[in-house]
Ligand binder design. Sequence first.
Ligand SMILES: [Zn+2]
Length: 414
Amino acid sequence: MEENVDGDNDHNDPNRDENGHNNTGDVLDERPSGMDDQETDNDDDGEEQPFDITLAATHSYMGPGLEAVRGREVVEAGWCGRVVVVAHHGAVFPGETVPLLLPRADHAVTLARALTERAMFGLLCPDELGFASGYGALCEVYEASAGGERSLSVKARAVHRFRFRHMPKQPYTLHRFTGEGVEMEVEVLPELGVCPPLQHARLQSLDPRRPQLPAELRRLEASVSPWPAFVYDMFDYTRMRQTIKEYFSTFRLEAVPSDPVALSFWVASNLQLQQRDRLALLLADGALQRLALELRLIHTSGVLCCASCLTDIARREHVFAMSSDGLHSNYTNLGGFVHDVVTVSRAHNISLEGGASHEYSWFPGYTWSIALCRLCAAHVGWRFDAMKRRLRPQQFYGLCRNQVRPAPTDRSHL
Ligand SMILES: [Zn+2]
């Protein structure tokens, strides 16, 4: 199991005391908590009720006490300024929703004061060795809990990539940025769009015939260019997007962004990748470069394995979206640890620890139980069970993206 960046050794269960005992008082085993007999009996007679995946994206478990943040500052590429930077255990890409909870009053007061001056913070991405990479996502706060609370709850959306304006000679440890974070001077990185690779050889007089003869005209234009036609095909955005669209249609994700930059981030958010590859995508300078790298990585994952012992945990085809944000989403627990979770309909080689609880459940209507790797007992995620029998799916798993890693080939014993 990778090091927990917040130093909390029990971050997988926010309700446990220091001895590992569950203290919620509402623990059940086979029967999920919160489901009474009367409700269950009546529930059997109803029609199947698909889970509303937009509910998960609202992060309603954070409670109703959050208020909209107004007057947000608009920043663009090249903008430099000081923002509070907080550690994350993975890479977050623009477009993703980021919930943040600071349970300690002193941390909450410090960050709340900083957010009053500038309603944004930086989420720092670790490098492959777990040090602060100096790169991350700038997040814009759109909801925050009212002042005077002992804790601070924030909902934000990642809007830009950033880098430290002054990179340290020796890498910072990630732990330095936990809690209320550290104010750093950052620079917003530019996003290069997509220019058709054969634009320079394009004959405008042939444009009226382009829809009827796309391949023939591409070959003609490539013949007067330095590279063979297949090289230009590799970087043809229409072709790239079509390949991506076909791949994600197997996960029933049909709403594929049309803008190249947005698409490149959307793909990065939804692919099952190792941290090394996710950081490479975050550092890519433009959409075309990022998309080309994603297309190289897109078919490399057949299974998800335990990151500690490489035991197979789930198959790629069982990944599905339980949130309108996509296959992966960020959720915070009561300890303030932000988990990057991928949802799968089935998992293997899992053992459950403790009982089920509905407290602070990321998916309304479901209880959660801690899921461990059966072989090495590393925490890999949670099993979620419906509290009503007509709710669909009845059961699924949420796997921590930093506790499982993709493997290139399938395994026969699954
Ligand atoms: Zn394991």
